[in-house]
Design a protein around this ligand. Sequence first.
Ligand SMILES: [Zn+2]
Length: 253
Amino acid sequence: MKDLSSTIRKVLPTPFFPFAKNIYRHYKHIKHFGWKHACPLCGGRFRSFIKHGYDDICPHCAAPNRYRLLWLYLKQRTNFWSDSLSILDISPFHYFKKTCIELALHDYVSVDIAALNVSVNADLVSLPFRDNSFDCILCYHVLEHIRDHKKALKEMYRVLNSEGFALIQSPINLSNMVTIEDLSPLDQETRIQLFGQADHFRIYGQDYPEILEQGGFQVTVDDFVRQLDTDCVERYRLDPNELVYRCIKSGHL
Ligand SMILES: [Zn+2]
């Protein structure tokens, strides 16, 4: 579908983009119309999700599996809905960002090194925030893109307050005992083959919690998804193997 989208962009005059986008949105809704599945993030109901690699994408808000699990986790395991929090969302998912802003419950800051429509453009290895600034940090599928991921972890540790928590998720291959990394210049094909994407420096392994701990964090590996009933996992089409890595300050740094 990405190919179709880029072909349309090439052949269609720019003023027609919004029109084509609307047609595509309606097409997706009709194609996936139904009641079997639901997305907790946008509240949509669907016959099926959109398959994209290992992900099942929400036809309405485009949330991948991990953001549907995050939404449920925040609701059931944190004070996200009861307290006003200062939140740092790193390379935010657009619909999650939109929802947080509309909710107006939190002091919400989004950061990305280059993306438009975030609060601050900054590098994760050098954040322009004071120590202990945030109650909650969300860092989803970012670390694998960062050359010095240990420095990035130390920055997140620095700006998290002592009562707060960080949810730091990355692609992990649990069949690997240790993380496989290559920082040398490699061609794109090799990187895709080794790490799953052309701009990834590594694929994390079973040692992922220890890597987070090297950033100073105390890490709880939460098998939250396995504690949900199977109907719920199927309805929201969650990844039954995804573990949540909840990090708090250990006080060791
Ligand atoms: Zn959705």
